[in-house]
Design a protein around this ligand. Sequence first.
Ligand code: TYC
Length: 117
Amino acid sequence: MTGMSDWHPKEQDSGEDPHDGAGLTVQESKPKLKQPPRYKVLLLNDDFTPMEFVVYVLEAIFGMSREKATQIMLHVHTRGVGVCGVFTRDIAETKVAQVKEHARANQHPLMCTMEEA
Ligand code: TYC
């Protein structure tokens, strides 16, 4: 009996030893799961959409109180753009589509978009 023919996996790999028995260090793998990327949903100002309509959209689609919705609407009105919330991609895409569809159905030019947070 000589050389590699005597090699037995059970003797070589206890699961604890970071060395492989041949003088080489085995790198433990890093955990592969990551948090999913998050996206900001942004509301854009325009000169035509009524303030009350924007407040309603923020209440209905983003679950905001009237007070919070009014605060965000006024921020967008004065600053030009504002964050409605931060979500995973599918949820952000759905909310953007809901805002646009609601605006379109009511013939308002209100625009909504998303960007990676
Ligand atoms: N600027 C609009 C107005 O004066 C109100 C408005 C606010 C519109 C926020 C869009 O995202 C918006 N009627």
